[in-house]
Design a protein around this ligand. Structure first.
Ligand code: APR
Ligand code: PHB
Length: 389
């Protein structure tokens, strides 16, 4: 079998790239390790930058998001008894779109199935061959048989635990990592959100976040120890802890209820360089990971897709490899800015186990500066809504 592009991974990165390529008549097959249902069962963040909104429109999958999504013009930040708002519209003239990543993925799968573009599920033993040649190919097993696809390019959209990043030789690849000494315990509940905008809270007991999916589906997080287990946290214990970490008048408004999902996620910053090796291009979580504090995971995957799609389109339509040759440097330039913002916001909002009183005073001083200085709020807003592609 032959395909112009083989996309490894049927998560948001692979699906978005596949849809954009399909609309330009560039054939791409997606190889996905799991089933569609499994992929759609993952609960992830739900804040979309305008760049991603534009890509979804370009891919023809923005209709439901425009109806069910919630534009947010700002966010609230609380520390101790203080709470203030960072106004995205005032500083950038643009909102973010609150729309669950699961819904983005669902819309992309629906579009892919509607157009009949090929996706192979339940693949195993995917191996990328001769990526550093002009004739790469991919082998994989499905239904007990080994298959081979010859291609021009491979897009490694297979996430942090995929095979693509590891295909780049250790002698070529350089990795950068920071592991945070805490996790996020998240809960999904069919309750009305406590506020119509997100609330990021730095309290003496640790970080908390009040978010949402829709008018009757709320998403909350509390910072927890890496030693915690989900079974250590009853719903009641979660709600009680959340109330202790947000301003009292907000806590008094909180509508609690049973959790329909509860999980603990570790936090890490991670970048691989380069994001290209020969005919292999890494996209999204295959190349980089951010702590979720700045909601940059999906949004940084989106800018990777934008750059790679543009390069592949230029190659096939204009016989010009400028775009693909510039891909890694262009993508990494924006990736590192997203890493910095996510690290900065995580460092500002969390309580670190080894934090000294001086460290805490630095946090309070920066929060005070952010609360009182429009230029500081503008800098945060510009990064939060998304730097230009
Ligand atoms: N072969 C085929 N598919 C694979 C393999 C493999 N060896 N390894 C992983 N996969 C699949 C996973 O099952 C998953 O569906 O690749 C997909 C990778 O998807 P994500 O991990 O979601 O990564 P990405 O598409 O880059 O999305 C980035 O979405 O999942 C969030 O936290 C992530 O916000 C980030 C954004
Ligand atoms: C979420 O709604 O899951 C969410 C929102 C903002 C973040 C992280 C997660 O920064």
């Amino acid at each position: 079998m032959r395909s112009q592009v083989v996309i490894i991974g049927g998560g948001p990165s692979g699906l978005l790239l596949g849809q954009l390529l399909h609309l330009r008549g560039i054939d791409a097959i997606i190889l996905e390790r799991k089933t569609r249902e499994y992929v759609l069962g993952r609960i992830r963040a739900g804040v979309l930058e305008q760049g991603l909104v534009g890509l979804l429109e370009e891919a023809g999958v923005a209709d439901r998001m425009k109806v069910e999504g919630f534009p947010h013009d700002g966010t609230l930040i609380s520390y101790g008894d203080e709470i203030f708002r960072v106004d995205f519209q005032e500083h950038t003239g643009t909102p973010v779109m609150v729309y669950g990543q699961t819904e983005v993925t669902r819309d992309l799968y629906d579009a892919r199935e509607a157009c009949g573009a090929p996706t192979v599920f339940n693949v195993e033993n995917v191996v990328i061959h001769d990526a550093d040649s002009a004739a790469p190919f991919v082998t994989y097993d499905v239904d007990g048989a080994q298959k081979r696809i010859d291609c021009d390019f491979v897009a490694g959209c297979d996430g942090f635990h995929g095979v693509s990043r590891k295909t780049i030789p250790d002698t070529v690849r350089k990795e950068f990592e920071k592991v945070y000494p805490f996790g996020w315990l998240g809960i999904l509940s069919e309750t009305p959100p406590v506020n119509h905008e997100l609330i990021y809270a730095n309290s003496e007991r640790g970080f908390a976040l009040c978010s949402m999916r829709n008018a009757n589906l709320s998403r909350y997080y509390v910072q927890c120890s890496l030693d915690d287990k989900v079974e250590d946290w009853s719903n009641e214990a979660f709600w009680d802890e959340l109330k202790r970490r947000i301003p009292a008048d907000t806590a008094a408004q909180l509508v609690t209820g049973p959790s329909i999902e509860k999980s603990i996620a570790p936090l890490r910053s991670f970048v691989t360089e380069p994001m290209r090796w020969g005919r292999l291009f890494l996209c999204g979580d295959a190349a980089h990971i951010v702590p979720p504090t700045g909601a940059k995971g999906l949004n940084t995957a989106a800018s990777d897709v934008h750059y790679l799609y543009g390069g592949l389109r230029q190659f096939y339509e204009e016989n010009d490899s400028t775009g693909i040759d510039a891909y890694s440097a262009r993508a990494l330039s924006r990736v590192w800015k997203a890493e910095r913002f996510s690290w900065w916001f995580s460092s500002l909002m969390h309580r670190y186990p080894d934090q000294t009183e001086f460290d805490h005073r630095m946090q309070v001083a920066e929060l005070e500066f952010l609360r009182s200085n429009k230029a500081a709020q503008a800098a945060m807003a510009i990064n939060y809504v998304g730097l230009p592609y």
